[in-house]
Design a protein around this ligand. Structure first.
Ligand SMILES: [Zn+2]
Length: 407
């Protein structure tokens, strides 16, 4: 599969030249260079004998019929928008590989219909809301989103019209009734597979997350005249809690927590801190363990505050459940890894993906590829050709299993 892998990588490199900024890869939702990306993908889809259309949110969709027209279909793909100053592979590789899977299905005469989708929006850069493309296909595009305005003053509705599309047709983008499943291949965007020297892994779920702020209120006072035993220092209470969070999460396993931002009042070198707010971002594949951990971490905060004479309050900002991938499709994918001689490594995605939106509407499976150096959302983002080959071998086996499973 070396030839196919190299062709997929070359397509990613070609798409990377379609950018809003010279010398950097930046391609926001429905920006001008997206027309050029569509032209590249359309040419390839036409050569594969696919029928191509762009739906009303700008998803480019090509259909290849390996079975009679009334049969259901497997959706394959990922997103083609990027963060500012991005790499060439986040999202785009999933689209390039989807086209290789059509190539394979055609050659092998597999009894399956495939729809390849290049989602127009996943990153949430232009309008601050992610998954505009996949929401439409999953039938979850709230029409109120059309009124959102980006920093350039243009609304979602205007962006869609400017691109030559009709927002009033968004409801027709929902292809759920025709779908038998969705399969997304994506780079890991983290260091786990590299640290284990593995090419690929099956994604079993996408993490749930809690975000909020722990607020510590003590007594601001003079740094020179207040004896240590008479202090109610909000800063040291917050610091003790931050270290306790780290220790708890390391010992609990299956969780990651980040206390990434603090706000301090009065924030002066010669004043004991009176108020400190510390953010907490807590993620886990299991909602139950995340909810339990949060309860425990809040309790630890109260205990620290009580001992130090500092009041403590938790303010929740986000509570989002984990999204499991489909059990049956995930098992098929795991069997494909083993059949192709790869360890059936199962992992959790710590970041959101289109697959988490589609999972609410159709059985969904996801495959991760090693990210060299764990680098992503950065021009240094890369893939190894042998890992792309591994994804192609496994994807081919998966397509075969899928086509016989739905007969
Ligand atoms: Zn992505």
């Amino acid at each position: 599969m070396r030839k196919e892998a190299e062709r997929a990588i070359a397509l990613c490199r070609a798409i990377a030249t379609c950018s809003e900024e010279p010398g950097r890869i930046t391609r926001r939702y429905l920006a001008e260079p997206v027309h050029a990306v569509h032209a590249l993908l359309r040419a390839r889809m036409a050569a594969l004998g696919m029928s191509v259309r762009v739906d009303a949110v700008g998803n480019l969709r090509g259909v290849w019929m390996g079975r009679p027209a009334h049969a259901k279909r497997l959706l394959l793909g990922s997103h083609i928008d990027t963060v500012p100053d991005a790499g060439a592979f986040d999202g785009v590789l999933g689209v390039a590989l989807a086209l290789e899977f059509v190539e394979i299905a055609r050659k092998e005469k597999l009894a399956v219909n495939i729809e390849v989708v290049a989602f127009s929006e996943e990153e949430g850069v232009r309008f601050g809301v992610p998954f505009l493309g996949s929401r439409a296909i999953a039938g979850k595009f709230d029409v109120e989103l059309l009124a959102l305005r980006g920093t350039d003053g243009v609304s979602v509705e205007e962006a869609i019209r400017n691109f030559g599309l009709r927002p009033e047709e968004i409801a027709q983008a929902d292809s759920h009734p025709e779908l038998d499943g969705f399969f997304e291949v994506h780079i890991e965007q983290g260091p786990v597979l590299e640290s284990e020297d593995l090419s690929i892994a099956v994604v079993e779920s996408i993490v749930g997350q809690t975000r909020g702020e722990m607020r510590f209120a003590g007594t601001a006072n003079h740094a020179g005249t207040t004896p240590m035993r008479l202090r109610h220092d909000a800063m040291t209470a917050a610091a003790e809690w931050m270290l306790a969070v780290e220790k708890f999460v390391i010992e609990a396993k299956g969780l990651v927590a980040t206390t990434g931002k603090i706000e301090v009042e009065p924030n002066a070198g010669n004043v004991i801190a009176g108020r400190v707010g510390v953010t907490l971002d807590l993620r886990a594949a299991q909602d139950e363990s995340r909810v339990e951990a949060l309860k425990a971490l809040i309790g630890i905060g109260y205990e620290i505050g009580k001992r130090r004479g500092v009041s403590v309050e938790w303010h929740s900002k986000l509570d989002q459940s984990a999204v499991p991938m489909d059990e049956r499709l995930t098992a098929l994918l795991g069997a494909s890894l083993e059949a192709c001689g790869y360890p059936d490594r199962v992992m959790t995605s710590g970041a959101g993906h289109d697959a988490m939106v589609l999972a609410a509407r159709t059985p969904t499976a996801m495959l991760f590829l090693r990210s060299p150096g764990g680098v992503s959302h950065h021009p240094g983002e890369n893939v190894r050709v042998e890992d792309v080959e591994a994804a192609l071998h496994v994807g081919k086996d998966f397509l075969r299993r899928f086509s016989s499973a739905i007969r």
